[in-house]
Design a protein around this ligand. Structure first.
Ligand code: NAP
Length: 246
């Protein structure tokens, strides 16, 4: 399939996990990929490995000016923007009653404000290309998460933001959707837990399929959503969790 031939995709969080797998998948399907990440070396490693005219760019998505500059650099260097795949995010486990305002703000700054800044900057370019947005929500945005209230709140807000963009810009031909991954094996989910956390099986409900999967299972869904195959899907949140929340 070459669903992204002559198309430009901007992927945030492209240096790791789901963002990296999606950058690779979109490039395999013909896209020129603008690989953005906080870590320039990681973004460069992804861009170098996928080739196809891909470009690496350093960006802290929680910084308004950097987010806007990132989108502009994508259009300046690759000529247009057809798909914004916004995967940059952080997960932190802490007890809710111990959560400081600073910790809450940092998490919201990256997961929610970063989505706001990147999506807003992309809209004018997506109007021109008739393209779409895929944001990273989570099963935690749909159900509660032990030791993860701030994270779950940020991902629930990403869902509401995405649906609002979907209805507001449908008349402009722009679609906006979310993926809600669950228990995907990436550096994020391999991070050490807190010493007194319940076991993994208590933190995440057990998948109805045969255990956790790698980020490529989410990348395939994102590619479908961002492609012509997803042209009648708008304001949707697609769980990619093996049925965990079913
Ligand atoms: P990951 O492997 O940790 O990748 C996240 C990437 O985002 C990293 O490259 C990270 O860079 C980057 N990043 C962090 N803060 C950033 C910032 N301020 N600006 C730009 N980039 C930043 O995680 P993942 O599992 O692929 O997760 C991708 C997305 O899916 C996240 O939004 C996550 O919340 C969501 N998600 C994942 C799962 C799962 O099971 N894996 C489940 C639900 C939702 P550094 O490494 O340099 O920090």
């Amino acid at each position: 399939m070459q669903r992204f031939e002559n198309r430009v995709a901007l992927v945030t969080g492209a240096g790791s996990g789901i963002g990296q797998a999606t950058a690779r998948r979109l490039a395999e399907e013909g896209a020129a990929v603008f690989c953005a990440d906080l870590d320039l070396d990681a973004a460069r490693a992804t861009a170098d490995s996928i080739g196809g005219g891909s470009v690496a760019h350093a960006c802290d998505v929680s910084d308004e000016a950097q987010a806007e500059a990132c989108v502009q650099a994508c259009v300046d260097q690759l000529g247009s923007l057809y798909a914004l795949v916004h995967m940059a995010g952080i997960l932190r486990f802490e007890r809710f009653h111990d959560t400081s305002a600073a910790s809450w703000s940092q998490l919201m700054g990256i997961n929610l404000n970063g989505t706001f800044f990147m999506n807003r900057a992309a809209i004018p370019h997506l109007k021109e290309s008739g393209g779409s947005i895929v944001n990273a929500s989570s099963t935690a945005g749909l159900a509660g998460l032990h030791w993860g209230a701030a994270y779950a709140a940020s991902k629930g807000a990403v869902l509401a933001l995405t649906r609002s963009i979907a209805v507001e810009y449908a008349k402009d031909g722009i679609r906006a959707n979310c993926v809600c991954p669950g228990d995907i094996q990436t550096p994020m989910t391999r991070a050490p837990a807190m010493p007194d956390m319940p076991g993994r099986e208590q933190l995440i409900r057990i998948s109805s399929l045969d255990g956790p999967k790698g980020p490529e299972v989410v990348a395939g869904v994102i590619a479908m959503l961002a492609s012509e195959d997803g042209r009648h899907i708008n304001g949707e949140d697609i769980r990619v969790d093996g049925g965990t929340l079913s």
